[in-house]
Design a protein around this ligand. Structure first.
Ligand SMILES: [Zn+2]
Ligand SMILES: [Zn+2]
Length: 376
């Protein structure tokens, strides 16, 4: 027969433990109703990578030199010249007529400055640490010099494979809610422009670290130069411009502004046209939607504005809006849906809405099937 008797001290200790675990549970419940905990794991992963990189002295790489190189790619003379040409192109062949200082343009400029000053050191740290971890934990990943592979061939291979990895990471951003929370900011732009390429949450770069793998694998055979990285960045930036260009037959291979705008469309699925520079991945995985005359002027943004945007409200309040956009991934859904700053245009399942069109008229829109529903 099993004895159920316990000593008096034991019972008190037991109830104290229960009290303690009860209050811990309550505290945890309170935190999880206010905070979206999965997003914290991305922040945690970034922190771990930074600490590992720091303790291993960035794998022997010179941090400040790498940071300077990254800044050259983002705002070096070549990049600034490319962006300057694109800004002019946007004014000459606009997809939609907009004021030269539209709120969205000013906000993306603010994000660009933030990227150059504050995000570049984080990306440098993540990059150096990730590469170091990969080379130490899986040294076999680095292929030896392949005599038959010319240098330009290795560089072309890295370019294509890197673009594929970016496609995979971008797909994951749309597939998993935890990542979507960080990617949402990029899709919130309603005034698409060249600088929208910089409209990203700093922590989303964690998901794109896999794009470094091809460069590490083929390290002994060739490497992308800063110029080539600036050109790649230029292609991606141009895809975001408010330009009425589809690249003709080349648009079947390279991502054009008209092609990428469909990815940002307000009233349709956004998990199509995920490519960065090449459209071949979308075609391969049946996610390519090629532009037509009707899609060129398509509106962009997120249905119901689940994330605060600078276009909402009387004044843009860029700094306050940016602060809230950066914190948004960590806030629980309940918290966000009751946020007073979020525009109350939340659609019912069968509700018809109308939106002022750019020519001043209104057109009915089906209640959008929230893309978030598809996010796991
Ligand atoms: Zn996207
Ligand atoms: Zn985009």
């Amino acid at each position: 027969m099993t004895s159920v008797l316990t000593a008096p001290g034991q019972s008190q200790a037991g109830s104290a433990t229960m009290d303690l675990s009860g209050s811990a549970r309550k505290a945890w419940a309170a935190v999880s109703t206010r905070v979206y905990l999965p997003a914290c794991s991305i922040a945690g992963l970034a922190a771990v990578l930074v600490v590992i990189g720091w303790t291993h002295r960035w794998g022997g790489a010179a941090f400040s030199q790498s940071l300077t190189s990254l800044r050259v790619v983002i705002v070096g003379p070549l990049t600034l010249a490319i962006i300057g040409v694109f800004l002019v192109t946007e004014r000459v062949w606009p997809a939609q007529q907009r004021p030269i200082l539209a709120r969205g343009y000013r906000h993306d400029l603010l994000l660009t400055v933030m990227n150059v000053l504050l995000v570049a050191p984080l990306v440098t740290a993540l990059t150096l640490s990730f590469v170091d971890v990969m080379r130490r934990s899986a040294p076999w990943i680095v292929l030896p010099r392949i005599g038959t592979l010319p240098r330009w061939g290795a560089i072309a291979l890295i370019f294509v494979a890197m673009d594929f990895c970016n496609w995979v990471a971008h797909y994951a951003n749309h597939r998993f809610r935890m990542l979507w929370r960080f990617h949402e900011l990029h899709h919130s732009q309603e005034d698409m422009n060249v600088l929208t390429v910089f409209r990203t949450h700093p922590l989303i770069h964690v998901s794109y670290l896999i794009a470094l793998i091809p460069g590490v694998v083929l390290l002994a055979n060739g490497a992308l130069s800063l110029t080539m990285l600036a050109i790649y960045g230029g292609i991606v930036a141009f895809a975001h411009s408010n330009t009425r260009l589809g690249f003709g037959p080349l648009g079947r291979i390279f991502v054009s502004p008209n092609f990428h705008r469909i990815h940002h469309q307000l009233d349709g699925p956004q998990d199509v046209n995920l490519g960065f520079a090449l459209t071949i991945w979308d075609q391969l995985f049946h996610r390519a939607v090629f532009p037509t005359e009707q899609t060129i002027r398509t509106d962009t943004g997120l249905p119901g504005r689940p994330l605060i945007v600078e276009q909402a409200g009387e004044r843009p309040r860029h700094f306050a809006v940016l602060g809230r956009q950066l914190l948004a991934p960590f806030r629980s859904s309940n918290d966000r849906s009751t946020s007073p700053s979020v525009r109350s245009r939340v659609y019912g399942p069968n509700q018809k809405i109308s939106r002022t069109d750019n020519d001043g008229g209104t057109r009915p829109l089906e209640a959008p099937q929230l893309h978030l529903d598809e996010v796991a």
